[in-house]
Design a protein around this ligand. Structure first.
Ligand code: ADP
Length: 491
């Protein structure tokens, strides 16, 4: 850690540095090569092609992974269809629930291994994969297991029935958690699944395939196939798919929506965001600063609901910005496996280049850029936490999703002004309000056009609570009963 910082103002003494506390990856079991998980078995791809998945903190290869083509997608969909018709829809709902519980339990037993693999494949700090991703993934299986035999109570007066085969395509920011968000409700509702993880983070989904084998899930109920965008497109366009659940970029979401227009496939899309975090003068400022830091620098800003726009009421702007800089100077950027690390590696070189180019645009457009001067490792993909002031509503970095640890700060005077500014975005996924007044929380949150608004906290998740966006942030909800109904036909 730095002795002093001309930029940040806060002085550090080396005696306050933390000693390294790395989690050891020695005991984890990873294969050198992964095939496709189809019909309960790992199967070589028809394409005969494999690609590498690398550790973004070291740039070293971890494993090679099969690249599924359209023929492989067809095999997976056929396996899922057969399993849905012959097994999954035939066993009792209570039995289905037992399998889902069992998956959750095995996941908990392997929690440490899953957390380490998540961190080495995706770059996120072990503290997050250990305390957030993995426990929350297991919690989603536990939660939806409970609904499997109670669907008629969940939707009173209706006769809920499964849709059939769900195609699920997920991104690289919360790989295991996104798999759980999608697989657990689909299975509880009686559907079978073909899931594709992102090409840069396939490993925890493949470990999940091993967990499904250990849980004795009947073959074909969940099929996990790997590949890039072309594999995803083959899932979307396969005629045997009844529903697409997608989480990823707004650009790909639009491609998928166009591909599905005119078909009878159902879909839910969870897309980008540009969330506003709003601090009023009456807020508990230190608590708000902590929440803002958590909201944008958490997981390297690789969060669709990241609070990437900050609106500070004018009278406290100086104080908030000073406190933010001081806090940011203490953040440790580095080894994702070290338990002290706050900000891990950027997920891929492509993502790092995207962040760098947007920051350059921000500077060119006249934004004032401030960065922590923390050390970063020489190998791997890293980006120091960054603040922008002197930006306008029209600035590119205020309008576009960056998906990196970059916060754009603006000021406001009145409640009406900040509501208008916060809503001036094509997105509407989430937001945050920091104030001492409950009435202000209700006034602001009811006028923000976003799916989730946190009050005096940020980035809190629970399997019982729905999540999803307005406008270009998507269609449909995940989590809770809202996340179960898109997997059901209601009679
Ligand atoms: P990001 O920009 O966050 O990487 P993407 O939207 O590109 O997000 O990727 C999210 C997921 O969508 C990944 O699993 C990726 O392979 C997949 N994907 C990319 N392009 C397509 C496409 N045209 N059709 C379906 N899936 C796609």
């Amino acid at each position: 850690m730095k002795k002093s910082s001309a930029k940040g103002g806060l002085k550090f003494d080396t005696k306050w540095s933390y000693a390294p506390a790395p989690e050891t990856p020695d005991h984890i079991q990873l294969k050198e090569k992964y095939d496709l998980f189809i019909n309960g078995k790992f199967t070589a791809p028809s394409s005969k092609k494999y690609f590498d998945t690398i550790n973004p903190a070291t740039e070293k290869k971890i494993a090679s992974v099969a690249d599924a083509n359209a023929a492989d997608v067809d095999k997976a969909v056929t396996a899922a269809r057969t399993a849905q018709q012959k097994v999954w829809s035939k066993i009792s709902a209570a039995e289905r629930g037992k399998y889902i519980y069992r998956i959750a339990r095995v996941m908990q037993e392997k929690a440490r291994e899953l957390a380490i693999i998540e961190s080495i494949d995706g770059g996120k700090p072990i503290r997050e994969s250990r305390d957030i991703d993995v426990p929350l993934a297991a919690a989603h299986f536990f939660y939806y297991a409970g609904w499997a035999d109670k669907l008629e109570y969940a939707f009173p007066g209706k006769k809920p029935a499964p849709l059939g085969v769900a195609g699920q395509i997920i991104p690289w920011n919360f790989p295991l958690l996104m798999a759980a968000w999608k697989i657990a409700p689909a299975l509880a509702a009686g559907n079978t699944v073909v899931l594709k993880p992102a090409e840069t983070t396939p490993l925890t989904a493949l470990k999940l395939a091993e967990i499904l084998q250990e849980a004795d899930l009947p073959p074909g109920v969940v099929n996990i196939i790997t590949g890039a965008g072309a594999t995803g497109a083959a899932i979307v366009n396969h005629p045997g798919i009844d529903k697409i659940a997608f989480t990823g970029s707004t650009d790909v979401g639009k491609i998928i929506q166009k591909a599905l227009a005119g078909t009878d496939k159902k879909y839910t899309l969870e897309l980008g965001g540009k969330a506003a975090n709003i601090i009023f003068e009456d807020a508990a400022i230190d608590q708000a600063v902590e929440g803002i830091v958590n909201g944008i620098f958490f997981n390297q800003g690789h969060v669709c609901c990241a609070g990437s726009r900050l609106f500070v009421q004018e009278g406290i702007a100086k104080e908030v910005i000073r406190k933010l800089k001081d806090r940011i100077q203490t953040l440790i950027v580095g080894d994702p496996l070290d338990k002290n690390t706050d900000i891990g590696a950027i997920n891929s070189k492509a993502q790092l280049n995207k962040i760098k180019s947007l920051v350059q645009i921000g500077i060119k457009e006249g934004g004032e850029c401030w960065q922590s001067d923390c050390d970063v490792p020489s190998k791997g993909f890293w980006f120091r936490p960054t603040l922008f002031t002197n930006v306008a509503q029209s600035s590119t970095i205020v309008q576009e999703e960056i998906f990196g640890p970059v916060l754009a700060i603006q000021t406001f005077r009145t409640v009406e002004e900040v509501i208008e500014k916060a809503n001036n975005t094509p997105y509407g996924l989430s937001g945050g309000v920091w104030t001492d007044k409950g009435s202000k929380v209700f006034k602001v949150s009811s006028k923000l056009r976003a799916g989730v608004i946190w009050a005096n906290t940020y980035n809190k998740f629970d399997p019982t609570s729905p999540f999803g966006g307005y406008k270009e942030s998507g269609v449909g909800r995940e989590g809770g009963l809202h996340g179960l109904s898109p997997y059901l036909k209601m009679y």
